[in-house]
Design a protein around this ligand. Structure first.
Ligand code: SAH
Length: 225
């Protein structure tokens, strides 16, 4: 799976993809993540990628030409399944969307800045708009990193213990059960006996009950669905 992320601040994305699971996925050749500097596609002398909004008002708007240039270039090189714009007014990212995207081949992600991007870019090129929550960040880079992380860890072969993604919160419509590790007792606080019993079917049953109970208390809306 390949991601082409288009950003005016590519340096913001150096670190998120250079560690842990995302780094391993790239080393294994399962995910390819390419970050492009939008400014390289600016057509004017000042290399600017934004301009004043028509109609007045505060905040700059990102212009259509550089986005069009790089999107056309990328589309000439390979087919893309989705061109995603990270935007607070898009559909809110959830595990279901991450699952849908994890079986795609090539995806372009556009990161906005300032007041946003010229609406025509969204109308003409963008196939899907995704928000990471009801709050506004200064740019689309952190949201893009969140999206790529959520998607890549679901691609088979990325996590060493494949079942660990399947039992994560939301994956089966439930929150995850509580987890414990050594020591079995710390300052009088004991790990639940069942987890030390070695009785796998009973442990599975306990985990399921805990997951249902936690979901009922914290996110009853998930059980309604
Ligand atoms: N004026 C816009 C916000 C612009 S914020 C509005 O009110 O909707 C600048 C850029 O940051 C956006 O274009 C988007 O790419 C990114 N961004 C900010 N908050 C985001 C969020 N919650 N989810 C996804 N992207 C976001």
């Amino acid at each position: 799976m390949r991601f082409d992320i288009i950003s005016v601040l590519p340096g913001l994305l150096d670190s998120p993809f250079a560690h842990s699971i995302l780094q391993r996925a790239q080393k294994k050749g399962i995910a390819e993540i390419v970050v492009h500097n939008l400014r390289d596609y600016a057509t004017n002398k000042q290399k600017s990628v934004d301009d004043y909004p028509y109609g007045g008002g505060s905040g700059m708007v990102m212009t259509i030409e550089p986005f069009a240039a790089i999107i056309e270039k990328l589309k000439a090189e390979r087919d893309y399944d989705e061109i995603i714009f990270m935007s607070p007014d898009g559909e809110t990212l959830n595990q279901q969307i991450a699952n849908q995207l994890s079986i795609k081949g090539n995806i372009i992600i556009l990161c906005g800045h300032y007041k946003g991007i010229d609406q025509r870019i969204r109308d003409i090129f963008v196939t899907r708009e995704i928000s990471i929550g009801d709050y506004v960040l200064s740019g689309g880079e952190l949201p893009a990193a969140v999206l790529v992380d959520a998607v890549v860890r679901l691609i088979p072969g990325v996590l060493s213990d494949e079942t660990s993604a399947l039992s994560d919160s939301f994956q089966d419509g439930l929150l995850d059960a509580p987890v414990y590790t050594r020591p079995a007792e710390w300052n009088g606080h004991r790990v639940p006996d069942i987890l030390l019993s070695g009785n796998t079917p009973e442990i599975e049953k306990w985990r399921f009950e805990q997951a249902v109970e936690r979901t009922r208390l914290r996110r009853p809306d998930l059980l309604d669905e």
